[in-house]
Design a protein. Structure first.
Length: 383
């Protein structure tokens, strides 16, 4: 069997105002998606989603550039898989899309799920956590966070991760005021869900230690990216100050990049995303981290095909924990697939089909044409 063609499908869908989410001074206005499709001479196809943070047209350009290296090759040849380099997100996400599509293809050739190719003892379902908590605006509706959490409990989710809201300086938000909201949330949830906080690298080390100590008392499952990612010693100090795990690494794409974080005990959980680093490198990172006693809970934002790749990855980990599920991506998330996989009581059931176990829906480019430009816009407090 030989690879005959590789293409990239770029898709978008504008967010309705209620689905737009905030991080600091940014508001997200659309959902994007990039899917790599590998065709073969016997009609089998492999599909893989590349994380849209690599920017779909840039991903497409890199895939086009790499395509001649793969044309005419047997998809089972191990050395055709390009390597991530840790320097260019567009390149690395393109590699991740190709890598995931090759794993899907290998599964279809072998008649096995990708998770069965990755380990002898895969799970057949993966526990999800509801990931959002980024639509509350400190000026207008901070309690939206609590309403949202209660919805997830109703829907059967057993864990939720939230963020720190709109830019604090706009509304005089302090660590104290923030922790007031966190305590209210914790009280309302009342032990019915595990909670995690993602600070998206926005705290100083001093702020992060105060927040970490409070979250530790409230039994949070983890505290993610409290400070900028390059402050490795700061991460190590925050981690040493609490029992609760400190997590990070969603932007890293090679196992070499993780070494200083592991050596210095900066992370208790690593969060490589196979849509960003590929399944092959993601598994290398996970096995290396496991050597340090560090678990993997992958970052997983965006759409359903990447969720399937990350689900097979989690199902194959030495110590599987949970998988992130973006709760605010809108119809693009699952409508790219012919059939949405089953989600029951907050668990994703891996379909009993080879490869990643899902097929692409028809006419995607007509239904979700790519919208040029960034997914986030810088806004002012009153917007
Ligand atoms: Mg994160």
């Amino acid at each position: 069997m030989k690879i005959t063609k590789i293409e990239t499908i770029c898709l978008s869908r504008p967010h309705e105002p209620e689905r737009q989410w905030f991080t600091g001074t940014y508001r997200t206005i659309k959902a994007d998606c990039a899917i790599v499709v590998i065709q073969t001479d016997n009609g089998l196809k492999g599909i893989g989603e590349a994380c849209a943070y690599g920017v779909p047209p840039h991903i497409k350009d890199w895939v086009k550039w790499l395509e001649p290296n793969l044309i005419g090759k047997d998809p089972l040849e191990p050395d055709i898989v390009p390597h991530t380099n840790g320097r260019s997100w567009s390149y690395d996400t393109a590699v991740a899309g190709i890598d995931s599509a090759l794993w899907d293809l290998k599964g279809k050739i072998a008649g096995k799920r990708v998770s069965e190719l990755l380990t002898d003892t895969p799970l057949d379902r993966v526990r999800l956590y509801a990931s959002s908590g980024c639509r509350y605006n400190w000026r207008k509706n901070p309690h939206q966070l609590i309403d949202e959490a209660l919805e997830y409990i109703k829907d059967g989710y057993t864990a939720m991760k939230f963020r720190i809201g709109t830019e604090w300086s706009w509304d005089g938000v302090t660590v104290d005021k923030f922790l007031g909201l966190v305590k209210e949330l914790h009280q309302e949830v009342n032990g019915r869900m595990e909670l995690m906080l993602d600070a998206n690298c926005r705290f100083t080390e001093d702020q992060a230690i105060v927040v970490a100590k409070e979250l530790d008392k409230l039994n949070f499952a983890w505290f993610e990216e409290p400070i900028p990612g390059n402050q490795i010693d700061g991460y190590a100090r925050i981690s040493a100050s609490v029992d609760m795990p400190i997590s990070g690494g969603e932007t890293l794409t090679t196992q070499e990049q993780f070494r200083p974080y592991l050596d210095k005990k900066a992370y208790d959980i690593v969060q490589q995303d196979v849509g960003i680093c590929g399944i092959t490198e993601g598994m290398r990172i996970a096995l290396t981290a496991d050597r340090y006693g560090v678990g993997t809970c992958p970052h997983n934002w965006h759409n359903g095909l990447m969720t399937m790749a990350n689900a097979h990855f989690v199902a194959s980990l030495p110590k599987p924990k949970v998988l992130e599920l973006c709760m605010i991506q809108g119809p693009l998330q699952w409508e790219i697939l012919k059939e949405k996989p089953k989600i029951e009581d907050g668990w994703l059931i891996l379909p009993d089909k080879p490869g990643l176990g899902v097929d692409l829906a028809d006419d995607l480019e007509e239904r979700f044409p790519y919208i040029e430009g960034g997914y986030g816009i810088q806004v002012k407090p009153e917007d």
